[in-house]
Design a binder for this molecule. Structure first.
Ligand code: MN
Length: 166
């Protein structure tokens, strides 16, 4: 596998320190309706799942953490049923303002296609390690305990946990 310098940086960073440089580098804000992001804010605990009809339909899980939206593209969607595990590919941090974004990204721009809010709400961060996040979602469609486990580079598994009995 060959790595561009920018990609190597992403692979070496933890879930935390990424910033918005890559987000901004990939987009031309005169052409896309997406927010450039002013930075700052983001002390809350909101989440959003965007349904992104790009070249390939996928869902983007975004968690408000560390002043940005930590983001994962989930090709098959965030699991609703306990015990289900889904591939989740970590993508560039998005600005906090993106949490309310819905719209149409023009042809030829990064992520061209339509973006809609599929679910939103709050989450509780139960445990955070560089390669593992445990959290509870309280949304309109999604609720319950989830875990994200990094398996390799930007690849994570997103698992909805089974409800503990007794
Ligand atoms: Mn996307």
């Amino acid at each position: 596998m060959t790595c561009l310098p920018g990609e190597a940086i992403i692979l070496l960073t933890s879930v935390d320190k990424m910033g918005l440089e890559e987000y901004r580098r990939k987009r031309e804000f005169k052409r896309t309706p997406e927010p450039a992001g002013e930075g700052g804010g983001g002390g809350g605990n909101r989440f959003v799942v965007h349904k992104h009809q790009a070249r390939h339909l996928h869902y983007d899980l975004r968690l408000e953490m560390e002043g940005v939206l930590k983001s994962w593209a989930v090709p098959k969607g965030v699991p609703v049923e306990p015990g289900v595990r889904r591939l989740a590919v970590q993508v560039e941090d998005h600005p906090i303002e993106y949490i309310d974004f819905a719209g149409s990204i023009p042809e030829g721009e990064y992520g061209a296609g339509t973006v809609e809010v599929w679910d939103k709400g709050n989450f509780e961060l139960d445990r955070k390690a560089p390669d593992q996040l445990e959290f509870t979602l309280k949304g309109e469609k999604l609720s319950g305990d989830y875990v994200l486990i990094r398996t390799d580079g930007n690849n994570w598994l997103l698992i909805k946990r089974k409800v503990k009995s007794g």
